[in-house]
Ligand binder design. Structure first.
Ligand code: NAD
Length: 650
């Protein structure tokens, strides 16, 4: 169904001889607000929210929004609203001058009364398109600053830039010409591909809430359990953030930490986070909801426990055994492990159906992603409870199956491995990071590794028997378990180069804990020596090769995850990457991006690189990718049909 074209309708309203008052209730977003801006006056209910959110869908407000709003409230305020897409309350709208009055009563009655009171007034000045923008003191400097700010945060997204250009037209051109410019800019956005990616994300974010498990259990047939009291075990980096996230939903939380000193520090840190969060949201802090204890017995009456002790299977097993003995019957036992086997942990308890992974991302009270990891015996009710709790905490929760690293960290492995191989082949950390950051990642792989600490992966590789001192120097230094291996990260760790925390890693920092990275001449000569020792000849690596090798291997692993049934659909993988791993939203997530590049091309490049590096199994194109290409590369929303066929033949 299509209504009358919006722009002529808004023009007709604005041109009317009788005063037209918009009565705004609920949401006036996008076209709704643009329509209201065509009216001569605007009255909003106190609970109304207003905004021009088009930018978040890769578009701009193209029914005159970019031309009228700056004329009404001035360029700086309009730039803020249009380039961020943020919604404002009725009170803020009144302050900004978007609305003329706010009412707590019946909005239509108030609007009629208002219209009668202004019926004698001239409408000329009320027709926004007739007016000029209030002139800012230095127009050029203002727009230059705005453009710089937008380019810094947009990470390659084109819509915010187009929004600035459209507002500039409002400030410098007559209305009719400004409207032409708005239309032209909108046309470029439509064809950019980013709008499609952003709209895909909008729907995918909602779709992941409609989860399903291979058993057939689903979101709409599984009832969550009520949770009144939660507990967190281990108050390190993650436990503190999880405690804050839980308390902010209004749950009472028992926070347990065995180390006395850690417990005291955690208490201070959690209280500080709760206070800052409450201040930001303009509410009272809920400090009383959290109680601290050094004894596990304190969790006896919790409905749900989240374990966040060190990533050590033996320790976690012990904690799960203790929890089974202490907790009341029916308590959900959740683990925040990054990669360990949920089934193995579940087998430590008499009720494995009550065990589920709740994998938060650091900092847990800020990051939007939650992977809810079901084991082979997790009950649908327990998954439903964890998913609902995630939603209450404001997370994008994605239900995934149990495997090493689940979805996010499993796909990160080939991505990082390839970054190391690129260094061996001739690249530098700066070159690789620059290619990935220009692509739109919040942080390149080496900067990210320095931030999270190189020792984390080293510990895992040592446990897996892949790394131990001296191994990196031996004959078989670059082959482990029959496949190509790069010991570069291990060699850095052996020199105590753990990243930001030690002031040096892939980059150098001004001090331990410093955040500003600088290229490190030591690292460059270390790489040269390393290559010489192993007879490797450095060659020129370009950005294209970085992207293809890092991203296509990651995508290939994503297809394997779909084939294995660990993720139900490509949207699940994409939302995990957008909300947990800094993947640029305007590129839709790795699986959507594969479709944009073209599945044939991804397949062809993987085959090409696999031929060049046959000792890298991650480069071998997976069956599902081949089948999709053989089926004519269907659009992403039709992949599930092919996935089903492939899985039924396994
Ligand atoms: P951390 O080292 O900062 O904190 C672990 C805390 O657990 C310590 O304070 C320790 O004293 C406490 N602890 C140890 N044994 C205990 C016990 N028996 N009872 C109560 N407390 C105990 O670790 P972290 O970074 O917060 O990681 C915790 C878990 O979260 C790990 O499984 C890790 O893999 C996972 N995780 C970490 C991150 C991250 O970025 N740090 C992200 C996602 C998941």
């Amino acid at each position: 169904m299509s209504g009358p074209p919006l722009v002529p309708m808004i023009h007709a309203i604005e041109a009317a001889e009788k005063p037209v008052v918009a009565a705004i209730e609920g949401l006036a977003l996008g076209g709704g607000l643009e329509l209201a801006l065509g009216c001569h006056y605007r009255i909003a209910h106190s609970k109304a929210r207003l905004g021009l959110p088009e930018v978040s869908l890769g578009l701009l407000p193209a029914a005159g929004g970019t031309q009228r709003l700056p004329r009404l409230i001035g360029v700086p305020a309009a730039l803020d609203l249009i380039t961020t897409g943020r919604h404002v309350t009725a009170a803020e709208a009144l302050k900004l001058g978007i609305v003329d009055q706010v009412t707590d009563h019946n909005t239509v009655d108030a609007a009629v009364k208002f219209a009668l009171s202004v019926r004698e007034h001239s409408l000329n000045a009320r027709r926004i398109s007739n007016n000029l923008c209030p002139p800012p003191s230095d127009l050029d400097a203002l727009f230059e600053g705005a453009m710089q700010k937008v380019r810094q945060t947009a990470r390659g997204a084109v819509a915010p830039v187009a929004c600035v250009q459209a507002v500039r037209a409002a400030a410098t051109m007559p209305y009719t010409q400004g409207m032409e410019r708005e239309k032209e800019l909108m046309a470029t956005l439509f064809t950019s591909g980013q709008a499609r990616a952003l709209q895909y994300c909008f729907f995918a974010q909602r779709a992941v809430g409609r989860w399903s498990m291979p058993s057939g259990a689903r979101w709409d047939t599984s009832k969550p359990r009520p949770i009144h009291k939660a507990a967190v075990i281990g108050l390190g980096t993650m436990g503190r953030g999880i405690t804050v996230a839980l308390a902010q939903t209004g749950l009472s939380v028992v926070a347990v930490e065995t180390q006395e000193k850690q417990l005291m520090e955690a208490k201070q840190a959690v209280s500080g986070m709760l206070k800052r969060g409450a201040k930001r949201r303009g509410v009272a802090p809920v400090l009383d909801l959290v109680s601290y204890n050094c004894n596990l017995q304190a969790v006896a009456d919790a409905d749900l426990v989240i374990e966040a002790v060190f990533e050590d299977m033996d320790l976690k097993k012990k904690v799960f055994q203790q929890l089974s003995a202490v907790c009341k019957p029916g308590t959900l036992l959740c683990t925040n492990t990054s990669a360990l086997d949920i089934d193995h942990l579940a087998s430590q308890t008499p009720n494995p159906e009550l065990v589920v992974g709740m994998h938060f991302f650091a900092p847990a009270h800020v990051m939007k992603l939650l992977e809810v990891v079901y084991g082979s015996r997790s009950s649908p009710q327990v998954v439903a409870t964890a998913m609902q709790l995630g939603k209450k905490m404001g997370k994008v929760s994605v239900a995934v199956g149990n495997c090493r690293g689940f979805v996010g960290n499993r796909m990160l492995k080939p991505y990082m491995e390839h970054a190391f191989f690129l260094l061996e082949d001739g690249a530098t950390p700066e070159l690789v990071d620059q290619a990935l950051e220009e692509f739109g990642f919040a942080m390149g792989v080496f900067r990210m590794s320095d931030l999270s600490g190189l020792d984390v992966g080293w510990r895992v590789r040592k446990e897996d028997g892949l790394a131990h001192p001296g191994m990196a120097l031996g004959q078989a230094a670059r082959v482990r378990q029959g496949r190509r291996y790069s010991p570069l990260a291990d060699l850095l760790c052996e020199q105590d180069r753990f990243g930001q925390k030690t002031g040096m890693g892939w980059y150098q920092y001004d001090k331990p804990g410093g955040r500003v990275s600088r290229p490190d001449p030591w690292l460059h000569s270390f790489l040269e020596e390393y290559r010489a020792r192993h007879g490797l000849v450095a060659r020129r690596i370009d950005h294209q090769e970085v992207l293809e090798r890092c991203l296509y291997t990651m995508i290939n692993e994503g297809f394997r995850i779909l084939e294995d049934g660990i993720a139900a659909g490509p949207e699940d993988i994409d939302m995990i990457y957008v909300f947990g791993y800094g993947w640029p939203r305007h590129r839709g997530g790795p699986m959507f991006y594969a479709g944009m590049v073209g599945l044939e091309r991804v397949l062809e490049r993987l085959e090409h690189y696999h031929q060049a590096h046959p000792d890298v199994p991650y480069l071998q194109p997976c069956n599902l990718l081949r089948r999709l290409v053989a089926s004519g590369s269907p659009p992403i929303h039709r992949w599930r049909e092919v996935i089903k066929k492939v899985r039924s033949q396994l």
